[in-house]
Design a protein around this ligand. Structure first.
Ligand SMILES: [Zn+2]
Length: 501
């Protein structure tokens, strides 16, 4: 059979389906794409169709136009992607259902003409609206028309039918105009989707980290640990201040296209703005500077990896993230800290800088050394413990399921991390004591034993006035990566839904 015949046949079966679905009882609404030439659909077009369909359904629902979901159909045939659904009868008879309060403008009383004109507004306001066809058919199979003519894709002010009649454009010309437009739309859509998702996971990770209670030495829900200038409330303020910037960090990574050494300055520029926002909300207290740095890199890199490797294999996702963290943070300690050893700087050194000066790269390199190495503490000690103990998706909904796994993960991190907060405030001896107390608590076999050792660690931190804030920052970034890895689909959309039904 010729392609054109196949397409005509597909259109014929669509109109048969339209009759069958409603048996003349109610009107229908259908969605299709006006794609010139052949094929009428492919993987990307099907994704585009699904995005438009989801938007349209929300748009209709927002205007209180109800579709008969049970009898709705979505499939792909030779004529392309297609969706059809009967309109729910009470919506289209022009009468208010019994009990509807009488008001001058009742949204329930919607005529087919109104629905048609709303659908036209949807098409017109859509960035690629000229390929979107929403058709309304009355119960007796007559199409509802507003008499408005669709504009040509290419000639701004000419009706499409005129160009078709005059054969102004070849199908190839039209396709080469339309398909890149659809591609651009999907890229934008995907960027927003990915960045929104990543930003919300980042806020979630920061909140779960600070809420974990009890924690040795750091702020938790009921205790301020070794701090007298901040408590749980300070952290709520600061997390709220940071949360809008998580989107921007992800977006910067998604769009990043420069040489690898320009990644960190881009992250830092947003990070500095975040610090200002944090200090504003905490009255000048440093609550989450470590989070800003670690989440900055993680969100930037993850979004970049998702963008770059559109169709990556799941297993290699984490490897890509590690690889890009290493690439973007290459020689970070060397560039930022090595020069300090020789120069007798007049400026006051930060805690991290002083630690590096005193203890060298491996012990005193702190969070800079950790990211330069691709977050080994997170990927080797934090993430495996968390993944092992939180296997069920339902585990994340209740605190009672979270506390034990999060505590174990923190202990695992603390048992190896050369926390520069402890090194700076106290010294090597206290750091080694904390590491061994954490590892004893981790190795304990019974829960009473574990609790005994954990209490010992908490007591020790209290007595010595220690705050393992470097480790809780790594717990937060472990949580963020755990949430990221849990999302099953970072692909552009669900491709399975375009399968023939
Ligand atoms: Zn034209």
């Amino acid at each position: 059979m010729e392609i054109i015949e196949k397409i005509l046949k597909a259109r014929e079966s669509r109109s048969e389906l339209r009759c069958r679905l409603t048996e003349g009882r109610t009107a229908t609404l259908s969605l299709s794409l006006n794609i010139p030439g052949y094929p009428k659909s492919d993987q990307r077009l099907a994704v585009f169709f699904n995005v438009v369909l989801a938007d349209l359904k929300r748009y209709l629902a927002a205007h209180r136009i109800e579709l008969d979901k049970k009898n709705a159909r979505r499939f792909c045939d030779e004529a392309g992607d297609f969706f059809i659904a009967p309109l729910v009868a009470s919506e289209v008879q022009g009468e208010a259902p019994p009990g509807t309060p009488k008001s001058p403008i009742s949204l329930r009383i919607t005529t087919l003409e109104t629905i048609k004109s709303l659908c036209e507004s949807f098409e017109e306001s859509h960035p690629v609206g000229r390929v979107i066809d929403i058709d309304i058919f009355c119960a007796d199979q007559v199409p509802v028309s507003s008499g408005k003519a669709k504009k040509c894709f290419i000639c701004e002010n000419k009706p499409a039918v005129a160009c078709m009649r005059e054969e102004t454009h070849s199908k190839e010309e039209l396709r080469s105009y339309i398909l890149p437009g659809i591609h651009r739309f999907l890229e934008t859509h995907r960027r927003k989707d990915v960045c929104t998702r990543l930003a919300s996971l980042a806020t979630k990770a920061a909140l779960h980290e600070v809420s974990l209670s009890p924690k040795p030495g750091t702020v938790d829900r009921f205790d301020s640990g070794s701090h007298d200038d901040m408590d749980f409330c300070t952290f709520m303020n600061s997390t709220s201040a940071l949360s809008p910037y998580f989107y921007r960090l992800a977006e910067a990574g998604f769009n990043f296209d420069g040489p690898s050494e320009s990644a960190l300055p881009s992250i830092r520029a947003i990070g500095l703005e975040m610090e200002e926002a944090m200090f504003r909300e905490t009255g000048g207290v440093n609550t989450q500077k470590g989070i800003i740095f670690l989440f900055g890199i993680t969100l930037f890199v993850t979004a970049h990896v998702i963008r770059k490797n559109e169709f990556f294999e799941r297993e290699s996702f984490v490897q890509y993230i590690i690889q890009y963290i290493k690439l973007f943070c290459n020689k970070l300690t060397e560039n930022e800290l090595d020069s300090l050893i020789d120069t007798d700087s007049q400026r006051r050194l930060t805690h991290g800088e002083q630690c590096f000066r005193r203890y060298g790269k491996e012990l005193g390199g702190g969070v800079r050394y950790e990211v330069e190495m691709g977050l080994p503490t997170v990927f080797n000690c934090g993430l495996p413990v968390l993944q092992e103990s939180l296997k069920n998706p339902g585990d994340l909904y209740l605190e009672q399921h979270l506390q034990e796994p999060l505590t174990r993960t923190l202990l695992s991190i603390m048992s190896v991390n050369n926390d520069s907060n402890i090194l700076f405030r106290k010294g090597k001896f206290q750091l080694e004591s904390v590491k061994s107390l954490a590892s004893e608590a981790l190795r304990a076999e019974t829960s009473s034993d574990r609790e005994k050792h954990f209490t010992k660690l908490v007591e020790y931190c209290r007595k010595e006035n220690l705050s393992p804030g470097g480790s809780t920052d790594l717990l937060a970034v472990t949580l963020l990566l755990f949430f990221i890895c849990r999302v099953s689909q970072w692909l552009p959309a669900d491709f399975n839904s375009c399968a023939m039904k």
